[in-house]
Ligand binder design. Structure first.
Ligand SMILES: [Zn+2]
Length: 333
């Protein structure tokens, strides 16, 4: 392990276990952001999946570590704390998008460790075959669906003036995966319509990518999971005019109210992007709280419509001491 990583791990651990650390985190809450839990850890280790995916072993390791150092609470227990005071800092888990693997791979482990979580749904995807473009494009380019599908997609990308970088043919798996990550990030500048058309060119997976409403209700009935909205189409809010923005917020809000018993009064911005105009619209739709992606910890004094979160990658889940380093950075007064 690199010296820098070792220092981060050690100082993060010392911080969590020191009187100073415990004092600074007293009454504070850490909100973690996850997306997917894959069926195996090796797949999640690759750079192009590492940020949004964790593997089951790493996730179980993270949960055990969290239980050791934190009170693992439902999100609302951080946002509207009850009367029970605890000496330990609180942590709440959130998952974005509404991936099917949240039910298949994440939930069994959440149940085993009795850790509550909140899942934020991009509601157009729930119960439909609609697909998230970065997953379909990424995996097709990664050869997960065969050479013919990959070649066809590369041709479509070329026609859009987005040729594949040569590094994507590198023999080294890590370098190839990293190049794919950068290429996918560069595609974010394409119009949503173009991204959808490219997604349509990718082969269908055997199972839908997203949860269906039956799964949502079953997870909710477990008492361990609650749900909130994360856009309807996952369009990035800052690019929308007022009318489309209101449509996205009310469509996702209505879907949650129809599909769940007790939807959360918390909005989760797609991609985390928001500004004053967007926060106002979200508040107008009766959401007193909203989650962003800016790192930090919650002390009850931050803007409730711009709540900070700390992202969990496969790397962090494997080495949760790195998380204590990031909490230390976020907790510094
Ligand atoms: Zn998202």
């Amino acid at each position: 392990m690199a010296i820098k990583q070792l220092l981060k791990r050690t100082s993060g651990w010392l911080y969590l276990n020191s009187p100073v650390g415990r004092h600074q985190l007293h009454g504070a809450g850490v909100i973690l952001m996850l997306h997917r839990v894959l069926a195996n850890d090796r797949a999640a280790d690759l750079p192009h999946r590492n940020e949004l995916c964790v593997g089951p072993k790493a996730f179980a390791h993270l949960l055990a570590w969290l239980k050791k150092h934190f009170d693992c609470v439902p999100l609302m227990e951080i946002l509207q704390p009850g009367s029970v005071r605890s000496e330990r800092p609180k942590v709440a888990l959130t998952f974005d998008d509404g991936w099917r693997d949240n039910a298949l791979n994440a939930f069994p482990l959440l149940k085993k460790y009795q850790v509550p979580a909140s899942i934020f749904l991009s509601t157009d995807f729930i119960g439909s075959r609609q697909r998230f473009w970065w997953e379909s494009l990424g995996e097709t380019l990664w050869h997960s669906h065969g050479e013919k599908a990959r070649a066809h997609l590369i041709e479509c990308l070329q026609q859009l003036g987005r040729p594949l970088p040569v590094l994507l043919d590198d023999l080294d798996v890590q370098r190839r995966s990293l190049a794919l990550l950068h290429f996918l990030q560069s595609l974010k500048s394409l119009a949503p319509g173009e991204l959808n058309r490219l997604t349509d060119q990718c082969p269908e997976e055997s199972l839908p990518q997203a949860l269906d409403w039956h799964q949502v209700r079953a997870l909710e009935a477990s008492g361990l999971i609650r749900f909130g909205p994360h856009g309807a189409s996952h369009a990035i809010f800052i690019g929308l005019d007022d009318q489309r923005l209101d449509e996205e917020i009310s469509r996702s809000r209505n879907a949650l109210h129809n599909g769940c018993n007790r939807p959360l009064p918390v909005y989760c911005y797609p991609n985390g992007d928001h500004d004053a105009r967007i926060r106002e619209h979200v508040a107008d739709h009766d959401f007193p709280f909203a989650l962003g992606t800016a790192p930090g910890i919650y002390r009850g004094i931050s803007d409730p419509l711009a709540l900070p979160r700390i992202g969990i990658s496969q790397r962090t889940a494997r080495n949760p001491e790195l998380l204590s380093w990031r909490i230390y950075r976020g907790a510094r007064p």
